[in-house]
Ligand binder design. Structure first.
Ligand SMILES: Cc1cc2nc3c(=O)[nH]c(=O)nc-3n(C[C@H](O)[C@H](O)[C@H](O)COP(=O)(O)O)c2cc1C
Length: 320
């Protein structure tokens, strides 16, 4: 039994899995390892560091990777879209903002447009933009997102797609850390999954050893959704987005005291950025989702994908 879905057919993949475009962590090594394993690997274009993006684009194979951008940030450096499209990505992934301004350019290039959304409202907008794939991201997810849970959001958007644009594909994101999550997502009506945290905990991710160690020691209870990291980094995140990270001394100190943090942001920003650059999980934050409680090893991305698919196949086979 193979997990053949509309996603595997459309993108000619062996497995219905896309790796998340995780800022900083998802570079060319991870994207290539994921694509080599038969899934679709995405580069994390993040906040738009041109030198970083150019370097990582050199590590991927044209036609066998995708690239993600944080939409509100891309609006500040739209030229980065051309940089990515020139390397012939299979797909361009946008999340956190209105994709309309970029949709036509992406689709005209021949790349598929993948829109990650956190609400039904934004899924409607993604359909207006002609999204080829919608990723429904629930609040279990690591990194930025909103409040809705994966379990009800995915089937609600599956129903919306069936009604409005049945040719559009759907992936579930947020809380998929093993074959159980993959099987459940398919049962909820998704054509595949977008996996972030589990692949963040891989040998090919650009993550410090100390942050990996912090994640291995944590359970899902140790995560929190908060905005204090963005205040400390002085990033212009729209206020309806929070991010899930591992709790630590920094979040314990500032979560709930955002107004005070904003007043000392200049000093904190310098400290935070230095700690982040050093990969220090105590003075900056480990961005990871609730699936951290399912992760007990850092493994090669290809092994993670193969194990996830084998487990999902076995579980689905039991009910066949
Ligand atoms: C370390 C990390 C960084 C992330 N950075 C981004 C990003 O830059 N852009 C983006 O669209 N999503 C980002 N995400 C969210 C992912 O796209 C995805 O929705 C999420 O990882 C899925 O949930 P999971 O972590 O439970 O697999 C990030 C997630 C993590 C864990």
């Amino acid at each position: 039994m193979a997990l053949s879905t509309r996603l595997t057919e459309r993108f000619r993949l062996a497995h219905p899995i896309i790796s998340a475009p995780m800022a900083f962590a998802a570079g060319g090594r991870l994207a290539s390892a994921v694509s080599d394993a038969g899934a679709l690997g995405l580069l994390g274009g993040g906040y738009g560091d041109e030198a970083w993006l150019t370097r990582e684009l050199d590590l991927v194979t044209p036609g066998r990777f995708g690239c993600g951008f944080i939409t509100w940030s891309l609006a500040k450096k739209p030229e980065l879209l051309d940089l990515a499209l020139a390397r012939k990505p299979v797909a361009l992934f946008l999340s956190f903002g209105d994709p309309m301004a970029f949709a036509d350019r992406i689709k005209a290039s021949g790349a598929a447009l993948i829109c990650q959304v956190q609400t039904r409202h934004d899924a409607e907008r993604a359909l207006d933009c002609g999204a080829d794939v919608i990723v429904a991201q629930g609040a279990d997810a690591g990194g930025h997102g909103q409040a809705r849970g994966t379990f009800a959001l995915v089937p609600e958007i599956a129903d919306l797609i069936a009604m409005r644009a049945p040719e559009t594909l759907l992936c579930a994101a947020g809380g998929v850390g093993d074959g159980r999550g993959l099987a459940a997502a398919l049962m909820l009506g998704a054509d595949g999954v977008l996996v972030g945290s589990r692949l963040w905990a891989s040998a090919e991710a650009n993550v410090s050893a100390a942050m990996h160690a912090a994640a291995l020691a944590a359970t899902g209870d140790d995560t929190i959704r908060t905005q204090v990291m963005d205040l400390a980094r002085k990033l212009d995140w729209p206020t309806h987005y929070t991010a899930r990270v591992l709790r630590n001394a920094f979040t314990d100190r500032w979560h709930g005291r955002e107004a005070e943090l904003a007043q000392v942001a200049d000093v904190e920003a310098e400290n935070y950025r230095a700690a982040w650059a050093a990969g220090d999980p105590q003075r900056s934050n480990t961005f990871v989702g609730e699936v951290v409680g399912l992760i007990d090893r850092i493994e090669p991305a290809g092994d993670i994908i193969r194990a996830m698919v084998a487990e999902a196949e076995a579980r689905l086979g039991r009910f066949a």
